[in-house]
Design a protein around this ligand. Structure first.
Ligand SMILES: [Zn+2]
Length: 261
């Protein structure tokens, strides 16, 4: 089935998907925060980070509540970071772009779950410089579910494993060698695990491209962050953006490159 059969149908699906994206974005901000703070995820309503006041139903409307409240808590007037509405908006747009590219398919569903996990990884890595293992595990389980659904289990599993190891294994070896030479931790284990997990979703040439793009994006992020006097560069966000670009343009770019020879 295609969303492009009529203009109305396309608008309808884009609207629904965008709304789903910003709602998930709002939920995942909360998930990331609770994972970092060790709070149980399924416990009660969200509360203001400053005054602890429970948020009402109106405060929970993604994107719009922040705009209506002009970025301040309704109860204590403390500022609410623009990061929340921004990440909600980003996930809404990400969902729409994945739908635009993959249409009404299982692959769309699979990839928006991956994008949601990448958002959690990005938020956690920006805040605490860690990539919690549970997001890696959830990402692997999601991929395996779709491998089973595909009905072509052995072939899909083989491709997934080749994809996963194609970049994570060379990175692991490289970082072990560099650790020995430089006598310090050069690359976070979380970054390598992230490459393994997200690598399961794509063919190995796409993953190699993602690795190159992530390195470039990471360096750009690093330069931008230097002005904020941050010492460590969290690579999780760069890798996440790299994989997102990979899912949108990866196979086209790989084909373009292959066509040159
Ligand atoms: Zn408050």
């Amino acid at each position: 089935m295609t969303i492009y059969s009529t203009t109305f149908f396309a608008f309808f699906w884009f609207f629904v998907t965008f709304f789903l994206g910003i709602t998930m974005g709002s939920f995942l901000n909360c998930v990331a925060m609770r994972v970092l703070s060790g709070e149980p995820i399924a416990r009660g309503r969200s509360h203001c980070m400053s005054c602890g006041h429970k948020l009402g139903a109106l405060d929970l409307v993604p994107l719009f509540s922040w705009l209506l409240l002009k970025g301040k808590c309704r109860y204590c007037e403390s500022k609410i970071s623009a990061r929340y509405p921004l990440s909600e908006l980003v996930l809404g747009i990400v969902y729409v772009l994945v739908l635009a590219k993959y249409d009404l398919t299982l692959r769309t569903l699979e990839l928006i779950v991956l994008c949601s996990i990448l958002l959690c990884v990005t938020l956690c890595d920006l805040d605490e410089h860690i990539i919690p293992d549970r997001f890696i595990v959830i990402g692997m389980i999601n991929r395996i579910i779709f491998v089973v659904i595909s009905g072509n289990i052995l072939e899909e599993l083989k491709l997934s494993l080749i994809g996963a190891f194609s970049v994570s294994l060379p990175l692991l070896i490289l970082s072990l060698i560099l650790d020995k030479i430089l006598k310090k931790d050069t690359m976070g284990g979380g970054d390598i695990k992230l490459f393994f997990m997200a690598g399961m979703y794509f063919a190995w040439p796409v993953n190699v491209l993602v690795l190159l793009m992530s390195a470039i994006i990471g360096i750009v992020f690093g330069i931008l962050r230097k002005k904020n006097e941050e010492k460590q560069i969290p690579f999780g966000p760069a890798i996440s953006v790299g994989f997102f670009l990979g899912m949108l343009f990866g196979s086209e770019l790989v084909n373009l490159y292959a066509g040159l020879f």
